[in-house]
Design a protein around this ligand. Sequence first.
Ligand SMILES: Cc1ncc(C[n+]2csc(CCOP(=O)(O)OP(=O)(O)O)c2C)c(N)n1
Ligand SMILES: [Mg+2]
Length: 407
Amino acid sequence: MTVESTAARKPRRSAGSKAGTTGTERTTRTTARKSAEPELVQLLTPEGKRVKNAKNAEYAKYVAGVTPEELRGLYRDMVLTRRFDAEATALQRQGELGLWASLLGQEAAQIGSGRALRDDDYVFPTYREHGVAWCRGVDPANLLGMFRGVNNGGWDPNGNNFHLYTIVIGSQTLHATGYAMGVAKDGADSAVIAYFGDGASSQGDVAESFTFSAVYNAPVVFFCQNNQWAISEPTEKQTRVPLYQRAQGYGFPGVRVDGNDVLACLAVTRWALDRARDGEGPTLVEAYTYRMGAHTTSDDPTKYRADEEREAWEAKDPILRLRRHLEASNHTDEGFFAELEAESEALGRRVREAVRAMPDPDRFAIFENVYADGHALVDEERAQFAAYQASFATESESGFVAGSGGN
Ligand SMILES: Cc1ncc(C[n+]2csc(CCOP(=O)(O)OP(=O)(O)O)c2C)c(N)n1
Ligand SMILES: [Mg+2]
């Protein structure tokens, strides 16, 4: 394009802006939109009060029978998950893990949805679903092994019906859809749930899985944790409409739930799973939440978002709101919290010791299981790596000790 033709073009208006708006006005409008309270299903306010209204009634009935013991269980799950997550962040900072993707702030979305599942349901997670992994009974130490780089996944997916973590954004929604189509063909009444993020919603894979699951009426729940950010991209750069509304265009229901309200997440996910089991096909659940920490330990969010935003979300903390509810309902005493504190510390210690004791894998193991029958390119890469390793052996003769392969 020439300079002349660029100059001749009429200036483009950005989406949603009016002719004549200045850049400053646009920024203000965007901020206003972000801070407006969205319409969502909420059963517990940030102050821990039960919300009872006609709008929520359809979902509230799914937790009508929840007992004090179950509420304490949800609280325990969230506290232990947060403790384990903090330990993992610390271990990365100590050089014991290569990377960690914290779930801080998303405990309610994950524990609420995770506890809605039956054992025979199947989960397809991203890389941040440590709370769901906890609900499925995956040993937290195994999760850390993957982030330490000493295993190629860490667990047998069929052992807990919890698929391996998936880093390729959005691809697991297709895996989940295919799996759900298989479940339907088998005539089973189990359901499938696919976790993904607000950023992933822009991926073609997610659009394709919506199309396929709808036309094949697959028993799958799409559980989108809208944590407001895809690394440094805010959600408003991913979509013009609230994400849950996208489902309508594919012909299935979408609902936005308060992702910091564990009770609402439990209720809405139970509802969506029931639809899947009853042959009503897919549902999109958008859990409206917030990533309190960095994207991963390699990220510095102070570079792209304001402290005030995080502070506003701190007031909606998922653990604090359930604690307030438990205390106000006299469902707990000091002993409960003290015991949980001790259990949290024991969990932190256990995973710390387990990680430090993990043996380094055989250096050549990474070349195994790439192809069932081997491949010339893999053979070539293995030979190159062997030569590289041998170069260290020579140096060790002059006093240099080859790296152990650990972090
Ligand atoms: C196909 C693909 N593209 C890009 C990336 C790099 N990437 C890793 S995480 C991420 C952002 C994902 O954001 P979101 O879906 O909102 O999930 P969140 O990390 O917030 O949980 C991107 C772009 C990737 N892993 N895979
Ligand atoms: Mg996100």
